[in-house]
Design a protein around this ligand. Structure first.
Ligand code: 5GP
Length: 201
């Protein structure tokens, strides 16, 4: 499952609770951005330098990668394939470009976009976090409408986060929906990573 949404929408809270309730795994991405206070290397992200990120790209280690806000972010094949091979759901917190790439590689991936109740409410939440400058808030809000338009045309589900508990329950239900047969889960790509796929139970 891919979960996307604008910053400040409460995506991390939704993902953390869904993981807790369903025993799914979080796919820890690699990124070139600086670690923020409170973040843990290997848990929130694998924090890497530009050169290492370039090596991972060249080595075909990413299922997808994209540039966002001047930094690069990528989903490691090993993070995802190891879970799928164990029959476990895996949740990716990635932006829209990456979601498009994942859906192309894994047509069975379910794409969920978390929508704020309104742009005004999103602005209020971003400001109340206190860790985002006014310039950054303006930059982030400028792309939100575009992200939502893209999500409406491409994502499988849009979930409005006006009540956190309701949003979490909705995503849990979506995750528990059976994967339709012939939807592409058989087309798990091999190679690039160290994992191979087995269909045995
Ligand atoms: P932040 O820097 O605030 O943690 O994340 C910025 C954006 O990058 C968020 O929208 C997040 O979903 C996205 N992101 C995080 N990891 C990845 C990844 O591996 N691939 C892509 N495409 N986007 C990611």
């Amino acid at each position: 499952m891919v979960v996307s949404g604008p910053s400040g929408v409460g995506k991390s809270s939704v993902i953390d609770s869904v993981i807790e309730r369903t025993g799914s795994r979080f796919s820890v991405s690699a990124t070139t951005r600086q670690m923020r206070d409170g973040e843990i290397d290997g848990e929130d992200y694998h924090f890497v330098g530009e050169a290492r990120f370039e090596e991972l790209v060249a080595g075909g280690e990413f299922l997808e990668w994209a540039e966002y806000g001047g930094n690069r972010y990528g989903t490691l094949r090993t993070e995802v394939l190891a879970c799928l091979n164990r029959g476990q759901h895996v949740i990716l917190d990635i932006e829209n470009d990456g979601a498009h790439q994942v859906k192309t590689t894994f047509p069975a991936a379910v794409l969920v976009f978390i929508v704020p109740p309104s742009l005004g409410e999103l602005e209020r939440r971003l400001r109340s976090r206190g860790d985002t400058s006014e310039a950054d808030i303006a930059k982030r809000l400028a792309v939100v409408e575009e992200q939502i338009r893209d999500a409406e045309s491409f994502y499988d589900h849009l979930v409005v986060n006006s009540q956190l508990d309701n949003a979490i329950s909705r995503v849990v239900l979506i995750l528990q929906e059976p994967i339709p047969t012939g939807s592409g889960i058989d087309a798990l790509p091999e190679g690039g990573g160290t994992e191979t796929r087995s269909n045995s139970p």
